[in-house]
Design a protein around this ligand. Structure first.
Ligand code: NAD
Length: 368
């Protein structure tokens, strides 16, 4: 009898979609399947109050579909707040393709995915994320106009990662200003975890500024290449979080700030590109605040990429892209100060600004 009750409760707690831990009022979730190409994808549309839901496609070898679903739910929600806080007229969406991008991604699969995107009639607009290249977006463009991040030769804004890295660099400088009293990163020890598209570009900015950069990655080849190219040192220990550094820049995957890692973190500032760095945003945000670690909210400082692809929709050029991305410095400083003034976490302060913008627009939409 007892075990039956538990089973029913467990089922209740894990309703397949709307009962998921990461479900947060998402408007639409689309499951895409194509037997011929092997495509299995999920498109998550979190919120379209400010505009069409724009967000990248991630291809990853998830352990199971629950993981993929939770990832797309978390990532699409993050996009809503990212665009809102950046002042863009975009909603939040994201897509995940389940599979190994190195071995299972084919042109046919990408085009089939593009057809699913097209079937949503522009409510969701895609772009690159982990496991995707500009050339993949070009394939999607063959079957739908609802894609950004296509190559410059096809009228796109190209790879958004260098702009994302620049925005992260700006956010990091603002967080350093807030914590250390100066935004000069010269001589600061910075750990960059994940030196892929964004991480490498961030390393370049940091080295140019004279920071002492330590890099960590699961890909040994990348470590060698990036270390040689920029003179960054490679982390060789077995517990990266315990490393004594001034700044930790998570640039791999999300949720690296979690119950297991949070008490080991030695850095005084956390500022990186990875989406959803806090495994549990309220709990882990509070712990960081109590420990005096300044956390620059990820969705605020990694918005350079979306600013870059938004240019494709709005038709603005590089100067405006750089101006908007540079402004991440001012917004970050404002958010860090407002968290202090209101005695809330930096994540809560950033969410508040984003949510207020959405609420105002919602009322305007209702009245128009
Ligand atoms: P990428 O795939 O090019 O790079 C990720 C890197 O992280 C790879 O080198 C990979 O080997 C490494 N990695 C994976 N697991 C790791 C681990 N456990 N420890 C250390 N390294 C690990 O991806 P990217 O485009 O550079 O994006 C990085 C992060 O930034 C992602 O979370 C992405 O969602 C986020 N982001 C990217 C953009 C963009 O413009 N590309 C924009 C906003 C946010």
């Amino acid at each position: 009898m007892t075990s039956e009750v538990i089973k029913v409760n467990e089922l209740k707690n894990t309703d397949p979609v709307f009962g998921q831990f990461s479900y947060d009022g998402h408007e639409q979730i689309v499951f895409c399947n194509d037997k011929d190409t092997g495509l299995k994808a999920i498109i998550g549309i979190h919120n379209t109050v400010l505009g069409p839901a724009l967000g990248g496609t991630r291809m990853w070898q998830y352990n199971n579909e629950w993981e993929a679903l939770n990832d797309v739910l978390r990532l699409s929600r993050g996009m809503t707040f990212k665009s809102a806080i950046t002042g863009l007229n975009l909603g939040g969406g994201k897509a995940v393709i389940i599979g190994d991008a190195k071995t299972q991604k084919t042109p046919e699969l990408m085009k089939r995915f593009g057809e699913f995107v097209h079937s949503l009639g522009g409510k969701y607009i895609t772009a690159e994320d982990v496991g995707m290249e500009t050339s993949d977006m070009d394939l999607v463009r063959d079957v739908t106009p609802y894609v950004t991040g296509i190559s410059e030769s096809r009228g796109g804004s190209g790879n958004p990662s260098p702009i994302t890295a620049y925005g992260v660099f700006m956010g990091m400088k603002a967080a350093a200003k807030y914590k250390f009293g100066s935004d000069v990163l010269e001589e600061k020890n910075v750990l960059v975890q994940g030196i892929g598209h964004v991480g490498e570009s961030l390393v370049e900015h940091l080295i140019n500024e004279g920071a002492k950069v330590i890099i960590s990655d699961i890909n040994e080849e990348r470590l060698q290449t990036v270390s040689k190219k920029y003179g960054a040192s490679i982390y060789r220990g077995n517990d990266v979080y315990s490393e004594k550094v001034d700044i930790y820049a998570p640039c791999a995957l999300g949720a690296t700030i979690n119950d297991e890692t949070i008490n080991k973190i030695q850095a005084k500032v956390i500022a990186g590109a990875a989406n959803n760095q806090l495994a549990e945003e309220i709990k882990h945000g509070k712990i960081l605040r109590d420990k005096g670690i300044v956390y620059a909210p990820d969705f605020l400082i990694n918005a350079g990429g979306i600013i870059n692809v938004y240019a494709e929709l709005e038709g603005y050029g590089k100067t405006e892209i750089m101006r908007k991305t540079e402004n991440i410095y001012n917004t970050t400083l404002k958010i860090l100060n407002s968290a202090d003034e209101n005695n809330i976490t930096t994540q809560q302060a950033a969410l508040k600004v984003a949510q207020e913008r959405i609420e105002i627009r919602k009322k305007e939409n209702l009245n128009s």
